[in-house]
Design a protein around this ligand. Structure first.
Ligand SMILES: Cc1ncc(COP(=O)(O)O)c(C=O)c1O
Length: 445
């Protein structure tokens, strides 16, 4: 019985999969925040390098991965696909559970899969510094690492609640050479505006994005980088699902259920998108996106155009959203606290190709504990949402092959485990009235 299905470095995929041409309907274009008109490459060029803008707008199904990126991927790729024998035994299930272990990257999550190419394409175009936001610190540490690999500077706006709860992630970013600020800061117009309304703002991904975008837009040698949501980010993450396909073939398996947690949608898409063409051809695969009840974007949001950030600096994209002014409570899965989701993923949810479910913190940590005590790996709180769902699917005991994305480990999240173990974690269902309030503030186009 094999526990880890491994690929050699020679088997790292050489192309990413772009889902755009395979979507069931055309992706609605992003709109300019000032005019409400569809934007073109030139509108994005103040904040992104052209190499990434072309990928963002590409209709090509396959995009070659440059050799320099594959060389950098070799630091941790290919990642193992594990068979969760011990978890299966504990659940007394007939289901076969597999997980793709993205926690083996130096930053401890899937995020370097896109941080590395993003730093590479920026470097190619002479950019000296990358500005970004981070929630739990997973993205910030990944881009800090990627900037170091390609010899660039890095500025990270870290959501204040995580900055305070997770100092070790900050040290990690600083070790890889990044400058880190607690957002909202008083260094940007966006940050000052939020602080004038709420001096104790816990911050949010949306606010931190506004700050990083502003920093990049006003400095010629700097560009902005986003760790999720955008088409090119999801594209880079498909390396996960492309490897998983090869590994499942080696194991003689076809997946019945694919599961990933969703913050902005990138790790879920990375695992699931390469299987979408199989589903569209009639293969019976369920694709399940899992989110927290505290930030129920796909399960309670509305499908409409909204800003990607809190202040309204970014283009408007069509997505499920809780409203850009939504500030989610400070749950421990900091990386899942985002008001919107990737437009490509949202389109698939709208067309019922992807299902969405939401779980509260306590059942999520209960699943994380069982996973840690059977498989040994301590999962990130974000990832544990996917584990909860995989366990619930396995409990149906119907011989299914269940695959989930182990998007990251939780070594820097032990305070969350401590809170769970001492009974201090609160479950939070975001009140529908508050969602309606934030949705009412979305501009009409
Ligand atoms: C470990 C981990 N998993 C998942 C996510 C959610 O992001 P995404 O939906 O883009 O994969 C994050 C975000 O920070 C994360 O750190």
């Amino acid at each position: 019985m094999e526990t880890k299905i491994l690929l050699s470095e020679k088997e790292i995929p050489t192309r990413w999969y772009n889902i755009t041409p395979d979507l069931p309907e055309q992706l609605p274009p992003p709109l300019h925040p000032g005019t409400g008109q569809p934007i073109g490459p030139a509108d994005l060029s103040p904040i992104f390098p052209m190499g990434l803008i072309m990928q963002e707008m590409s209709n090509e199904r396959w995009i070659d991965i440059p050799d320099e990126i594959i060389e950098a991927y070799k630091i941790y790729r290919p990642t193992p696909l594990h068979r969760a024998h011990r978890l299966e035994k504990a659940l007394k299930t007939n289901a076969r559970i597999y997980y793709k272990n993205e926690s083996v990257s130096p930053a401890g999550s899937h995020k370097p899969n896109t941080a590395i190419p993003q730093a590479y394409y920026n470097k190619q175009e002479g950019v000296k510094r990358i500005c970004t936001e981070t929630g739990a610190g997973q993205w910030g540490s990944s881009i800090a690492l990627a900037c170091k690999i390609f010899g660039m500077e890095c500025t990270v706006y870290m959501v204040r609640v995580s900055y305070e709860q997770k100092p070790y992630r900050r040290f990690l970013m600083q070790t890889w050479g990044a400058e880190v600020f607690a957002s909202p800061t008083n260094m940007t117009n966006a940050g000052r505006k939020i602080l004038s309304e709420d001096p104790n703002s816990p911050g949010s991904l949306g606010i931190a994005i506004s700050e990083a975008v502003e920093d990049a837009a006003i400095h010629d040698d700097a560009k902005y980088s986003l760790g999720s949501v955008l088409n090119h980010v999801l594209l880079h993450q498909t390396i996960i699902g492309l490897e998983t396909k090869k590994q499942l073939d080696l194991a003689g398996e076809k997946p019945d259920v694919l599961i990933g947690c969703v913050g902005g949608g990138s790790n879920f898409a990375g695992l699931a998108f390469p299987f979408v063409p199989d589903k569209l051809k009639g293969q019976d695969i369920r694709l399940i996106a899992v989110e927290p009840t505290a930030c129920p974007t796909l399960t309670k949001g509305v499908y409409t155009y909204d800003f990607g950030d809190a202040v309204g600096l970014t283009p408007l994209v069509k997505m499920y959203t809780l409203g850009h002014s939504f500030v989610p409570p400070g749950i421990h899965a900091g990386g899942l606290r985002y008001h919107g989701d990737a437009p490509q993923l949202c389109l698939l949810v709208k067309n019922k190709i992807v299902e969405a479910v939401a779980y509260a913190q306590n059942p999520v940590f209960e699943a994380a504990m069982l996973f840690a005590q059977t498989e040994g790996i301590i999962p990130a709180p974000e990832t544990s949402h996917a584990i909860r769902c995989a366990i619930d699917e396995a409990k149906k005991n119907n011989n299914n092959c269940i695959v989930f994305n182990l998007s990251g480990h939780g070594h820097f999240d032990m305070t969350a485990y401590d809170n769970y173990l001492s009974g201090k974690l609160e479950d939070y269902e975001y009140p529908i009235e508050k969602i309606s309030e934030a949705i009412a503030k979305i501009p009409k186009f």
